[in-house]
Design a protein around this ligand. Structure first.
Ligand code: ZN
Ligand code: ZN
Length: 425
């Protein structure tokens, strides 16, 4: 997509990024340290300390411990708009299989079983890029005016961090942002920056359904109301909602993540538990989907003759990421200028993010874009051979690690470019 723009000011941004590029050794060391030391959601204490230490290098007001390990750095630089850029910094319970020298060997021992931990979603790259952007903007102060807020968010993977920062007084720690930005690394040509207006990432909910039947000896099914049989019928029928009820031009996902029932060879259990993960791109379809799920479950319970109503618990909510068209239009013009053919149209991502909770808390417009991480040769080969899905590592896999140089350059530059779109002099 090519958009008309004031090309002199955007090329000015491109040259500013080049002139004030962060020290590459500092940024690489920082990335490797973050990558080698991932921490699970809500337990990012050392990572938060590391970020706070780095922020101490800059002329900024830093507030830590917002919503747990969250923090903000406010760079005030005269009159003008207030722009917020967010990076998340939690890792995942995934065993790293990259074989890299700076791979994580971290094991979390705080739970019942030791858990390997990895930055398998690239949040270490988001943090490295935002700290790099802080460096650029702090040293290029004479070229911009306004207020820049760098927000570092914990607990993205469990969908809790952004809302927790909002609930824990974020609004008192920062001036109200006029616009908010966030980015995510994904599988794709390394350094390619992709953006789109409107719904870009899905909204999601998990739903725990408990079915209560009637337990009996395995030899006496006539005395039971078998919740296992009931759960099996529900699992089958749920897939009919997307297939038969949601309009074909709309998008919805219903995945059964957990199905539990019984624990012996000769007892029909009394209860079964189903946990669903659901994704949609708009509120009407979401309402239709959840109503249909509850109707199917209640209907099947009736068909089985249960005497206790099923229960529904909605959790792990992720809001829709719905990019503001006007913000997209302005920032995309800068991206096109800075990245040339590597500024591309994003395709909708069925993943979800809790980023939108931040701008929504302030009623601020926003843009969330993605940056590719896959080595170009590997990507082109997979495309040519038609085996992208089979051969390219994606987020949350133990082999998902960015091609460092092009990715750090693009993520850092994109952050600076978006911020300067609003703050340049
Ligand atoms: Zn993730
Ligand atoms: Zn992520």
């Amino acid at each position: 997509m090519l958009l008309t723009s004031n090309s002199s000011s955007e090329s000015h941004i491109a040259s500013l990024i080049a002139a004030f590029a962060p020290d590459p050794d500092w940024q690489r060391d920082l990335y490797r340290k973050l990558h080698a030391n991932p921490e699970l959601s809500g337990k990012e204490i050392e990572t938060a300390r590391m970020i706070a230490r780095e922020l101490g290098r800059f002329n900024a007001e830093v507030t830590t411990n917002i919503g747990g390990n969250g923090m903000v750095a406010v760079f005030r630089n005269g009159p003008g708009p207030t722009v917020l850029m967010r990076a998340d910094f939690d890792g995942l319970p995934v065993k790293e299989e990259s074989g890299l020298e700076w791979a994580s060997h971290k094991i979390d021992y705080s739970g019942q079983t030791p858990t390997p931990v990895m930055h398998a979603c690239g949040h270490d790259m988001h943090t490295t890029a935002l700290l790099g952007a802080c460096q650029v903007l702090d040293s290029a102060r004479e070229h911009w005016s306004g207020t820049f807020i760098a927000l570092f968010q914990p607990s993205e993977e469990n969908g809790a961090g952004a809302a927790r920062m909002v609930a824990d007084g974020l609004a008192e720690a920062i001036p109200k942002p006029d616009v908010c930005f966030g980015q995510h690394v994904i599988a794709g040509p390394a350094g390619q920056v992709s953006s789109m207006p409107g719904a870009a990432l899905a909204s999601c909910d998990s739903i725990e359904i408990v079915l209560t039947g009637q337990s009996a000896h395995g030899s006496m099914p006539h005395n039971a109301i078998d919740p296992t049989f009931l759960a099996a019928m529900i699992v089958i029928r749920l897939q009919g909602i997307v297939g038969r009820e949601i309009p074909p031009h709309e998008f919805a996902v219903v995945s059964v993540g957990t199905l539990e029932s019984g624990n012996s060879n000769n007892t029909i259990p009394g209860q079964a538990r189903i946990v669903l993960n659901c994704r949609t791109y708009n509120e009407e379809i979401k309402a239709q989907l959840y109503a249909a799920i509850e109707r199917v479950v209640r209907g099947e319970c009736k068909a089985s003759g249960t005497t206790v109503d099923p229960t529904f618990r909605y959790f792990a909510h992720g809001p829709l990421t719905d990019n503001t068209p006007e913000v997209f239009r302005r920032v995309r013009a800068t991206f096109d200028q800075v990245f040339g053919p590597d500024s591309t149209d994003a395709t909708r991502w069925t993943a979800s993010e809790d980023f939108a909770n931040l701008p929504e808390a302030f009623g601020a417009p926003y843009l969330f874009w993605t940056v590719g991480v896959t080595p170009r040769e590997q990507w082109d080969k997979a495309l040519a051979e038609g085996n992208v899905a089979e051969t390219i590592p994606v987020n949350h896999m133990g082999t998902f690690v960015p091609d460092y140089e092009p990715t750090v350059h693009a993520t850092t530059s994109a952050a600076v470019a978006a911020v300067l779109t609003y703050l340049r002099k």
